[in-house]
Design a protein around this ligand. Structure first.
Ligand code: S3P
Length: 171
């Protein structure tokens, strides 16, 4: 297995930020949490602050800068933001040089259970709009995924082991 980068994609609440360190520890890779990197670059204290003080477009531009900065990175596991798939250039940058993309596939019902605090996720404030966004994005996550892992009912350890087993079986 010659892996350079692993990118976790999936909707808010699918577990990207939780699973990334578990997989990184097994691979001896470093975790990059894309949302944290965006906040660092922004000069604001949080994503809600970026979006309410400026706008979502500005947040997306910063997110694109972070993806571009990871183009030539190696030995990293990226916990991406749920909307990173909205710009094809992001995916091209993240995948560049042998990045593998894993989709954490969580049902919307499970996500609703896991994301009770909507204030930290501006795009989840309206559950009806969030569900529409979920179904709009689902085919896009699937299209980009080299591996899709169904996460409902699994422990974090089970999900991370499934990813690592798949990586180990790669030629
Ligand atoms: C977003 C998901 C969030 C964060 C921002 C926008 C989205 O990240 O990037 O609030 O568009 O789905 P998580 O998926 O880590 O919650």
């Amino acid at each position: 297995m010659r892996l350079k980068k692993l990118i976790l994609i999936g909707f808010m609440g699918s577990g990207k930020s939780t699973i990334a360190p578990l997989v990184a520890a097994k691979l001896g890779f470093t975790v990059v949490d894309a949302d944290h990197e965006v906040v660092k670059r922004s000069g604001f204290a949080s994503i809600p602050e970026i979006i309410t003080t400026v706008n979502e477009e500005h947040f997306r531009d910063l997110e694109a800068q972070v993806a571009a900065s990871l183009r030539d990175a190696s030995s990293i596991v990226v916990a991406s933001g749920g909307g990173v798939i909205g710009r094809p250039d992001n995916m091209d940058n993240l995948r560049h040089g042998g990045g593998r993309i894993v989709f954490l596939n969580t049902t919307f019902a499970e996500i609703r259970r896991r994301v009770p605090d909507t204030s930290s996720r501006p795009l989840f404030c309206d559950p009806v709009a969030a569900e529409q966004l979920y179904y709009k994005r689902l085919p896009i996550y699937r299209r980009y995924a080299d591996l899709s892992v169904a996460t409902d009912g699994k422990t974090h350890d089970e999900v991370s082991s499934e990813i690592v087993s798949w990586l180990e079986a790669l030629p």
